[in-house]
Design a binder for this molecule. Structure first.
Ligand code: BG6
Ligand code: MG
Length: 218
């Protein structure tokens, strides 16, 4: 285990909820419609543009490209407002300890988030210097569930993806890690993340020793 490829939203910080709050506000403001809870999973790990496509498809609404772009930008502004008060106190339980132990064991850390806000969020959490690399989602051809962002994150730290673990809270993200040939560690429920090679219910249950043992047995 030479590298750890981290998802951000819902793994390092509890920002996943803010994404969906911002989408709900956008849809309410523009169309006076509500989004069901089930739609959240379908947008988790999925890029901003693809998330908006999923949402408009659910609503049965098509909009001209110009309005589509304006809506995506407006959602991001709402999301960034929700992030304004983010601090290191918002790092999810268990993550600081896991990061410390990984670094002690010489495991390189790379961010494999679909979010264009990754560097901004790491900065607010005080984790910018902790990560060895941040993969740029605008540089990869296909978003999660395609493996590209995880392959890019591994390449940025100079480690073969086969020698990495990937940590994710989304269906699309676990599929992407598996497709990249890394060892998938899921945070969430077996109802959704049954395809993870190791599954824990929440970040507090992420323990370095257990991940390493599961990795050895893979
Ligand atoms: C992922 C989130 O991390 O980033 C998705 O799980 C989000 O919900 C995606 O759509 C893109 O994020 P951003 O910040 O670039 O809009
Ligand atoms: Mg996530």
């Amino acid at each position: 285990m030479k590298g750890a490829l981290f998802d951000l939203d819902g793994v390092i910080a509890d920002t996943a909820v803010y994404h969906f709050q911002a989408w709900r506000k956008l849809v309410k403001d523009h169309f006076d419609r509500e989004l069901p809870d089930e739609l959240e999973e379908k947008t988790k790990g999925v890029s901003r543009v693809d998330s908006l496509k999923v949402i408009l498809n659910y609503l049965g609404i098509t909009v001209p490209q110009e309005q589509f772009d304006a809506m995506a930008a407006e959602k991001n502004e709402a999301y960034r407002r929700l992030l304004a008060g983010l601090t290191s106190a918002d790092i999810l339980p268990g993550i600081p300890e896991l990061i410390t132990q990984m670094k002690e064991h010489g495991v390189k850390l790379s961010l494999a988030s679909a979010s264009m806000n990754g560097p901004f969020i790491l900065e607010k959490l005080g984790l910018s210097d902790t990560f060895d690399a941040i993969a740029d989602p605008s540089k990869v051809a296909a978003g999660k569930p395609a493996p590209d962002i995880f392959l890019e994150a591994a390449s940025e730290i100079g480690v073969d993806s086969d020698d990495c673990v990937g940590l994710e809270d989304s269906v699309a993200g676990i599929t992407a890690i598996n497709a990249a040939g890394a060892f998938s560690v899921g945070v969430g429920s077996p109802n959704e993340l049954g395809h993870a090679k190791l599954l824990v219910p929440n970040t507090a249950a992420l323990h370095f020793d257990e991940i390493e043992q599961a990795w050895e047995r893979r």
